[in-house]
Design a binder for this molecule. Structure first.
Ligand SMILES: [Zn+2]
Length: 423
């Protein structure tokens, strides 16, 4: 439903001006308050305390769907992590995590301080159900009655947020990881409270590596350090999952060194694209085309974007700087991605550097010859590509760190090719 419809609903229920309600709703939604919670809070503000429905019945977690309005459940708190959000201009501490019973597990957000901690067994009466990414989630708010039970419920889930890097997904909350800081640097950003110092880099364990951002710089976080990070959350940044270390996270130094695995996750292209983005993945497929905008290109000196016919989309007519890159389409039968090679990898496949490319273009009086040369070398061959896959409105792009012709035995491939030809 559009904001407008929600506002109309509320206005007619509460008998007040629609524009006024809409402005309030818009304000709440801008501060990332889920629409249902925002509506409930406005019902309270304008004096209708019914919450828009009758008392909900008890449900098993497995039975909860996004069609439910409010439910009552009895569950064990698997994880509970604090996080700060800005709400109506004030910083507000919320608690996020996962709840489970015998039948299933569900993510929740607590907008009030109920004092939840991992291992507690609770009954949450009148918990709101909202939809996130197609799945139901629970909102525990002012209208939720929460009680702690003496007897603990047995659930088939691990209590606590201990996780391996390879298992982390966007949306995970209150996770704890034992990792080595692979790279880390401090930067000053223009945050919501003006200039703020943050740390960002890459961390890893035996299972894999992920980028991270630490919003409250911590002296324990420095390259080479092995640390335990408790109560981190995972969100998507530039198309891949990123570990977020907040002011509520606890970072402690570890005695033993955490080894960082050197193997990338190997996946089919279709499967990898379906995950919505993977940091450090290895994909194998055939290069079926080299896209326009490959070979010898020019970049805007202001913003580094590729310029076409001397025109930058943002900065207009500019004196572009020469560079090399390749955008190649890789296909393994299950899906396709655009592999992006930087200048160094492009030099490798081209078999020459920028000077050679400029020379070839001058002689041909056409810079397209560089892309053509690259096409002849790589199209139709199988490559193993390792890098960072992002999936967004621009499509599926794999920023390559390595680009190697597949190691499969050439004689085997030659004979299977011959069989295909004869068939
Ligand atoms: Zn520009």
């Amino acid at each position: 439903m559009e904001l407008d419809n929600h506002a109309e609903d509320l206005a007619s229920d509460l008998g007040i001006d629609k524009e006024e309600v809409k402005a309030d709703l818009q304000n709440l939604v801008e501060y990332s308050v889920p629409i249902d919670e925002a509506k409930q809070s406005l019902r309270r503000k304008y004096g209708d305390d019914t919450g828009g429905g009758s008392a909900p019945s008890s449900k098993d977690i497995e039975e909860i769907t996004t069609d439910d309005g409010n439910v009552t459940i009895t569950a064990v708190v698997l994880t509970a992590g604090e996080r700060s959000i800005r709400y109506q201009g004030d910083d507000h501490v919320i608690v996020e995590g996962r709840l489970a019973d015998e039948t299933g597990a569900i993510d929740y957000t607590a907008w009030e301080d109920f004092g939840l901690s991992a291992g507690d067994t609770v009954t949450a009466g009148n918990a709101g159900v909202r939809e996130w990414d197609g799945e139901p989630e629970l909102n525990l708010g002012e209208s939720t009655s929460l009680s702690f039970l003496e007897e603990s419920l047995e659930v088939p889930y691990e209590i606590g947020g201990d996780a391996q890097i390879a298992d982390l997904q966007t949306g995970d909350r209150a996770v704890s990881v034992d990792v080595q800081i692979v790279e880390s640097e401090r930067r000053t950003i223009d945050g919501r409270d003006g200039e703020t110092e943050i740390q960002s880099g890459v961390l890893g364990d035996e299972s894999g590596r992920l980028p991270f951002t630490c919003w409250a710089p911590d002296p324990e976080i420095e390259p080479g350090a092995s640390v335990r990070i408790e109560n981190a959350y995972v969100r998507e940044f530039r198309g891949v999952p990123e570990v977020n270390v907040s002011e509520f996270s606890v970072v402690s130094s570890l005695e033993t060194e955490i080894e960082v695995g050197s193997d990338a996750t190997t996946m089919g292209i279709g499967e990898a694209v379906a995950t919505g983005g993977v940091y450090d993945v290895e994909l194998v497929g055939n290069v079926i085309a080299v896209r326009d905008g490959s070979g010898l290109i020019q970049r805007c000196p202001e913003c580094n974007r590729v310029v076409q016919k001397g025109q930058c989309r943002t900065h207009g007519s500019v004196d572009g700087e020469d560079d090399l890159r390749v955008k190649a389409i890789l296909d393994d039968g299950t899906g396709t991605v655009t592999v992006v090679l930087d200048d160094e990898l492009t030099e490798q496949v081209y078999g020459g550097d920028l000077e050679d490319a400029l020379e070839q273009a001058r002689e041909a009086m056409d810079q397209e010859v560089v892309a053509d040369t690259i096409r002849e070398k790589i199209v139709g061959r199988e490559y193993s590509v390792r890098g960072h896959l992002s999936v967004d409105e621009y499509g599926a792009n794999l920023d390559a760190e390595t680009f190697e012709e597949s190691a499969a035995d050439p004689t085997v491939r030659a004979s299977s090719f011959l069989e295909e030809v004869r068939a």
